[in-house]
Write a protein that binds this ligand. Structure first.
Ligand code: GLU
Length: 277
């Protein structure tokens, strides 16, 4: 009998604790509050070379990783106090809303639709949608040549997939995977004819497979990369914007792009203007 009562109290306390943290077991503290506690959980991509990549030894590299570390540093959190978590394209809003991470630096375009669910600091980079094909391909030269039932890969929940569906999909077979690295495998094996997403992402993959893949055509959208965080956390958004500006102004921004893309043949864009909406 006593055991049952203790159990009931225990379960009650657990329910209260879960309710306090919001659904999904995440935290309801702001980014600034977490930074004051000395720790941050940051969402990045794990499979995008040059941007967000987790290596076999467990280390992380890429421009998004450098931006994440720089911003964390400005918020007073050292690199070894960051927990990186994978934030696949289709899960980014949910991960932020549930408080399962503090912010997302993951080739994440600022869009009005996403702004209904999350806030964005930035932009910290301006990319553009483009196409990647096998090096021996000659019949795909831009989005208008995606005709005749060609197979095109992109990622669920991404802006490029939505754009193709809306503007070019009449005659193309769009296949949506969970990650871009899966699209790259499909492209190499011949299961798809092309992969579409942002130029800087495609350049990272092309550099990883020299001579096998090439970018074609000119970028045909503007993708403003933002740092996604919980809606309404204005204090933290302002601080993150300050950090992005500092990274651009002190040379760390360019140094990271040089480190990650020099020698790939890709010319990164000029620094953007932070938008303080
Ligand atoms: N920037 C685009 C987006 O946020 C494509 C890249 C990605 O899926 O991460 O949807």
């Amino acid at each position: 009998m006593r055991i049952t009562r203790a159990l009931q109290i225990g379960i009650g306390a657990l329910a209260v604790a879960l309710a306090a943290t919001g659904c999904g077991g995440g935290s309801s503290k702001t980014v600034t509050e977490h930074a004051k506690d000395g720790k941050l959980t940051i969402g990045i991509k794990f499979d995008q070379p040059g941007l967000g990549l987790r290596s076999k030894d467990g280390s992380y590299s890429g421009f998004d990783v450098d931006v994440a570390k720089y911003v964390a540093g400005k918020l007073g959190v050292a690199e070894d106090k960051i927990t990186f978590k994978e934030a696949p394209s289709a899960q980014r809003e949910t991960l932020i809303q549930n408080g399962q991470l503090d912010f997302v630096v993951a080739t994440y375009s600022i869009t009005d639709q996403r702004k209904e669910k999350v806030d964005f600091a930035g932009p910290y980079y301006l990319a553009g949608q483009s196409l990647l094909v096998r090096s021996d391909n000659t019949n795909i030269t831009g989005p208008e040549s995606l005709t005749g039932g060609k197979k095109l890969c992109s990622v669920k929940g991404s802006t490029p997939a939505q754009n193709i569906q809306k503007n070019y999909a009449n005659d193309v077979q769009l296949q949506e995977y969970d990650t871009y690295s899966l699209c790259v495998e499909a492209l190499k094996s011949g299961a798809v004819d092309a992969l579409t997403t942002d130029d800087i992402i495609l350049a990272g993959f092309a550099a990883q497979s020299p001579g096998q893949l090439k970018l074609v055509g000119k970028p045909f959208t503007t993708e403003k990369y933002g740092i996604g965080l919980k809606k309404g956390d204005k204090e933290s958004r302002d601080k993150i914007n300050d950090a992005i500006e500092a990274m651009i102004n002190d040379g760390a921004w360019k140094a990271s792009l040089d480190k990650n893309f020099t020698g790939t043949g890709f010319q990164p864009a000029a620094p953007p203007q932070v938008d303080r909406y």
